[in-house]
Design a protein around this ligand. Structure first.
Ligand code: 5GP
Length: 191
């Protein structure tokens, strides 16, 4: 997605050749028009997949997934992150290790908002080690749903996330794939 690459080149800040900060349009300040375009692109990539529900994770996934949900005309539910919770019977949950925060947290979705037997699309902002997406996929499957695909805005292809998800059989669609960070700049994969 060329407009996304352009924004990353213009405004992205690479920290220690490890983490990409895109706070000016994706993770803190949000560019509404860019998000509409992202939603359309995700919807186009999954238009024949029969998606019935979108699942994402708070906080940054929500605004991205909302645009896709509007385009695809399906309900959207976001998983909540909690450091540790008193587990109750009315939620599905999964444990995820946070790459940026370097700690484990629980992700939960109320059973009321994840009915069984649906085709689900998972959406997140970044793909790095695949922990968050894998945790969401397991959670969705524990509800008796099928993960039809995983849509990611920015993939760091030099980390093992995509390989891990594909090995588990998931269809991963990333709008931008970063091959490497070199001297704190992004090198993109060819489309
Ligand atoms: P994973 O679980 O695949 O290791 O990492 C994905 C999650 O970590 C995303 O939801 C995102 O919040 C965060 N993350 C991983 N790498 C980056 C990065 O380079 N920049 C930003 N802004 N977030 C990242």
């Amino acid at each position: 997605m060329d407009i996304l690459k352009q924004r990353i080149n213009e405004e992205g800040i690479v920290l220690n050749n490890r983490v990409l900060k895109v706070d000016s349009f994706l993770n803190h300040q949000i560019d509404p028009k860019l998000f509409v375009a992202i939603g359309k692109e995700i919807a186009a990539r999954f238009k024949d997949a029969g998606i019935e529900r979108i699942v994402t994770i708070e906080a940054s996934g929500i605004a991205i997934a909302l645009q896709a949900a509007i385009e695809m005309d399906v309900p959207l539910v976001f998983a909540r992150k909690k450091k540790s919770i008193l587990m109750t019977d009315d939620v599905y949950h999964s444990v995820v290790y946070s790459y940026t925060k370097e700690e484990n947290y629980d992700v939960t979705i109320s059973k009321r908002f994840l009915p069984a037997g649906e085709k689900v699309l998972i959406i997140d902002d970044f793909l790095a080690s695949g922990e968050a997406a894998m945790g969401l996929a397991k959670l969705v499957e524990s509800a008796g749903d099928t993960v039809e695909g995983i849509a990611i805005v920015i993939e760091k292809s030099f980390q093992p996330g995509r390989e891990r998800l594909e090995r588990a059989g998931y269809n991963v669609q990333s709008l931008v794939r970063i091959k490497a960070f070199e001297d704190n700049h992004c090198v993109f994969m060819e489309d």
